[in-house]
Design a protein around this ligand. Structure first.
Ligand code: BT5
Length: 323
């Protein structure tokens, strides 16, 4: 048992209340001296814990740090986010998640970090991931679906992100096909889905998620200032990252379980409801060609349907979309 994590869980069960050393030592299965030592360690980690003789310990403030203990304390899921690999600074969470997945990390494992020095988007594009002000994470899932359906996981993740942003900030985001979350006309979050498969069998997917949480306008570099925003800028309040990640995991698990049981239909409907793309005139560039037309909707597999000026409909599988 991880004693620090048990103590944090106990504090979360009784917010604002004193918990006696005796009660903590019983629920953690260790001596009161061991509890005292772990409380000292928590203080070193930035937790403010009040200790009062006869009353016990009370949590006054937790640090704004993405630790495995904090994410798991009070998390209402049975597998998404139940294993967390938390880092301070990494090049990118994607290769770390691939490595963990190839060594057998369970479905739902989350790799999170405070900072990425080489964060990336699709086609190797850079993803700006400054320290402390974002949520940079990679989720491992192992769905039993054919390869052709894996792009649906990006759409599912975008729906879950849009819902979570709405629930946690009250700001209404839109999804730009296939992987961008927009508020107004600026990007607040992006999804990068990577796949490991053999013939038609999916071994695992790594879903990379970048969310601009607490960046201020000054934190956004000039080359991104016209296209990027953050939840803090849009909602006018700092975001509590831990509750956000927990809500994301809970929403993801609910949506994903429903998808595995019932199929893509609900994701398609919700995606269309939150869509920035549908109804717009867009230009789509693939390696082979450039198409112009109106985005009509998704087909039942999640492929974007585009109608050109002659009324002809085209299926867009994977491409860059300009507006
Ligand atoms: C994406 O790519 O939007 C996917 C981003 C995924 C990032 C996560 S963070 C955790 C995990 N680890 C990683 O290394 N990556 C994943 P794409 O659609 O290709 O968009 C990339 C483009 O977005 C760049 O070319 C910039 O124009 C822009 N951009 C870069 N950083 C941004 C930011 N922080 N906010 C908004 N836009 C950004």
């Amino acid at each position: 048992m991880n004693i620090k994590e048990e103590i944090i869980k106990a504090f979360h069960r009784k917010p604002g209340e004193f918990i006696s050393g005796e009660e903590l030592s019983q629920s953690c299965g260790c001596s009161r001296t061991a509890i005292w030592k772990h409380i000292e360690e928590l203080r070193k980690d930035g937790y403010e814990v009040e200790a009062v003789r006869k009353s016990g310990y009370r949590l006054l403030a937790a640090p704004d740090r993405l630790s495995a203990e904090e994410v798991r304390a009070g998390l209402g899921t049975y597998r998404i986010g139940q294993k967390v690999l938390a880092h301070d600074s990494v090049i990118s969470t994607q290769p770390l998640a691939h490595e963990a997945a190839s060594k057998g990390a369970p479905e739902g494992t989350l790799v999170i970090t405070e900072q990425q020095t080489g964060g990336r988007g699709r086609l190797g594009r850079p993803w700006h991931s400054p320290k402390g002000s974002g949520i940079w994470m990679s989720l491992i899932i192992r769905p039993e679906i054919p390869l052709s359906k894996t792009p649906q996981m990006t759409l599912l993740t975008a729906v879950v992100l849009a819902k979570t942003i709405w629930e946690e900030t009250g700001v209404g985001p839109k999804i730009k096909w296939p992987n961008d979350i927009f508020i107004g006309d600026k990007k607040v979050s992006g999804v990068l889905t990577e796949l490991n498969a053999e013939s038609d069998r999916v071994n695992y997917l790594v879903i990379g998620i970048g969310i601009n949480a607490n960046m201020t306008s000054e934190d956004i570099p000039p080359e991104l200032s016209a296209i990027a925003t953050s939840l803090r800028i849009e909602s006018g309040k700092p975001l509590k990252r831990i509750p956000f990640i927990q809500r994301f995991c809970e929403n993801f698990e609910a949506e994903y379980d429903h998808y595995l049981r019932e199929g893509f239909e609900r994701v398609k409907m919700e995606w269309e409801q939150h869509s920035y793309t549908i109804g717009r005139w867009i230009t789509v560039s693939t390696i082979q060609q450039t198409l112009e037309g109106k985005a009509i909707g998704l087909d039942e597999e999640g492929v974007l349907i585009l109608e050109d000026t002659t009324g002809k409909r085209h299926k867009v599988y994977s491409a860059d979309v300009n507006y």
